[in-house]
Design a protein around this ligand. Sequence first.
Ligand code: C5P
Length: 233
Amino acid sequence: MSGTSNPIFVALDTPSLDQASALAARVAPHVGGLKLGLEFVSANGPEGVRVLVKSGLPVFLDVKLHDIPNTVVGAMKALAPLGAALINVHASGGAAMMCAAADAAASAQPRPKVLAVTVLTSLDAADLTALGISATPLDQVVRLAELAKHSGIDGVVCSPQEIAAVRAACGPDFLIVTPGVRPAGGSLDDQRRVMTPRRALDAGADLLVIGRPITAASDPAEAAKAILRELES
Ligand code: C5P
């Protein structure tokens, strides 16, 4: 684990504000942040985000913006003042869109960091071919990460398998956030390309998005604590 900060962002994948708030309160002492995705934001809107931001933990708004630059600027200006520490866009929206998103984030103080999603972990090589992309998923991820960096984006979301290549291509100051993390011996759920938290950090990840291994545990606080212990060992 780098420094003293806790890299675990717990994914609160629920449409229920009460459930998300209760879970956040239970795990707060053992995680470094909260991740709110489209399910939560669509159900609870800006008000729901404000409630979780008030918990005091950094919030990652995983809204994956992807539209023409003008529309993404409007969305980013609406989201940035809510107080999230991190907000993401799709790198495949292109350089102009990413530059515009990075600029628009500065409309809030403190400015949230902007991340770019590279290739969704649900897509494999055959899916990329069907989309007309001949690169392998790994090459496409690195290409999009480099484009994001040159567009003023602070970091990327990528699968554990791509962490090392992105770190090598984009340098030590570029944020790497990875889902698909599973504690040793834990259930895979529907994740396919997984890595243990310890190995993901060793490969160069800064932040780990972990959902069900914590949220579906009979004791979420204990599950988060156990992952933290594994990271510190
Ligand atoms: O429960 P689990 O640990 O699989 O949750 C992972 C979280 O990361 C979910 O919120 C999921 O939507 C998100 N995510 C992912 N793969 C991506 C991007 C986000 O699993 N490529």
